[in-house]
Design a protein around this ligand. Sequence first.
Ligand code: NAD
Length: 509
Amino acid sequence: MTSDSIDYYTGSIEETHAAAREDVLALGEFGAWIGGEARTAADGEAFATLDPVVGEEICSVPRCTAADVDAAVDAARDAFDGEWGAYSPQERSNAILSWVDALRENVGDLALIESLDGGKPLNHALVETKYALDFLEYYGKVIQADEGITVPTDDDMHVYTRHEPYGVVGLVTPWNFPLTISFWKVGPALAAGNAAVIKPAEQTPLSLLYAAELSKGILPDGALNVVTGFGEEAGAPLTEHAGVGKVSFTGEDVTGKTVMKAAAETVKPVTLELGGKSPYVVFPDADIEEAVRDVAHGIFYNAGQSCDACSRVLVHEDVAEEFTEGLVARAEGLTPGDTLKEGTTVGPLISEDQFGKVTDYIGVGEGEGATLATGGAVDDGDLAEGWFVRPTVLTDVDNDMRVAQEEIFGPVEVVTTFESYDEAIELANDVEFGLAAGVATENATLAHRAAADIDAGSVWVNGNYATPIPGGPFGGYKQSGIGRECSRDALRHYSQEKAVHVALDDPSL
Ligand code: NAD
């Protein structure tokens, strides 16, 4: 697969996935990446990463524990105290941009890995991989424009600031956008001059491992390290590690709170990107066709496994019928299928656990009085072995129902109606999360007013829902997190500011 063309597979679902598995395994070593080499775990243990379409093992990867985390932190410290730490910002920029070039040359292979390990349709995986690389490139470039300040003061003082890296940073990522979220963290961490140790989610470690292998000879050994394994065994030792100066975590809110407590022991700053239950408000004057298109993309893309999915639609009662009919038709037009074949628009959920959780929630919603307008589990035919759920729409939902308050993290939209602007805003803000929101209206004043009144870190108006761009800050209000990623300001989260006060004597020769 190249950057411009996709080589779809042919044959039965078992045949396509067996062939793709073979192709992926020929690409890399997929060991833990420590000190510039692929390694097994210190105790030799490994675990399987599964293909969620057919439920079969792709390969096994090291089951890292505290001993491997120690080795990775040591390797990172050596790089920081050695070659990598001595790089100027320009040299760091050059290294990151050269790595981006190497990754772009292999973008098709990276996308194939992302598709197979994450259950993503091939064309979606290619778009996402290119998108992920845009962020790495952004940080490679923006570091060249970084600057400190000079503080105005008396003539006998010169006061200025320096931005200095923490040293070794610990990064922990989830399974829904493995490369994208990794690069949201690795990009600013490396650009700011840190060495990084990253633990990808146990469900989807492969694309980052391959990306790390492609850094060989470009980034100094130890600048980037990847430890694979489970949260308790590899994630916790990393976030607790005394040799790690800063932690950045993306995942569930409950895990995020654990990470924050662990980091508190050694007063590490944390960036947290957590869950969401983001509202999309459709006002009565909205272009309904466009709103339906945007909402459907915002909830059903990646089978709903997006932190910023618009998982609650609040629609004005005057247009509720038209909107809901359109959304149901759109949902029914999406095609769950073999992710390696052309035309598939919906992949499976990542795991059997996630499948169980999402299908349980559909039952909970019905039990609470919601109406299942369309959707539900796919439990027949070729797809029965995978963890597929059809794009699902629940109507007649009250905002206090569990399906309106809790993050389902699957392709399930809940539709609630409102009568007035104030009610819409009250409903929008009546959740513990505040990651993102959408607004559909033709009225510019209403759009800006709603964007200001909704408690969310990002608001999209009339389209492009939930696509952060390089340079645009992304992060949560309330329990959706702390800090911002994707923007220039993220460099500040990966560096500490030092004020230097220099006394100036009267000049004498
Ligand atoms: P998760 O919290 O279960 O796991 C995330 C990562 O944390 C994994 O690598 C896991 O191994 C690790 N982990 C688990 N326990 C740990 C511990 N005690 N210490 C350190 N690390 C630990 O989340 P998930 O199920 O992989 O991802 C889904 C969640 O991520 C959803 O809630 C979603 O909203 C959220 N998410 C948020 C954003 C965002 O930017 N706000 C983006 C993507 C996903």
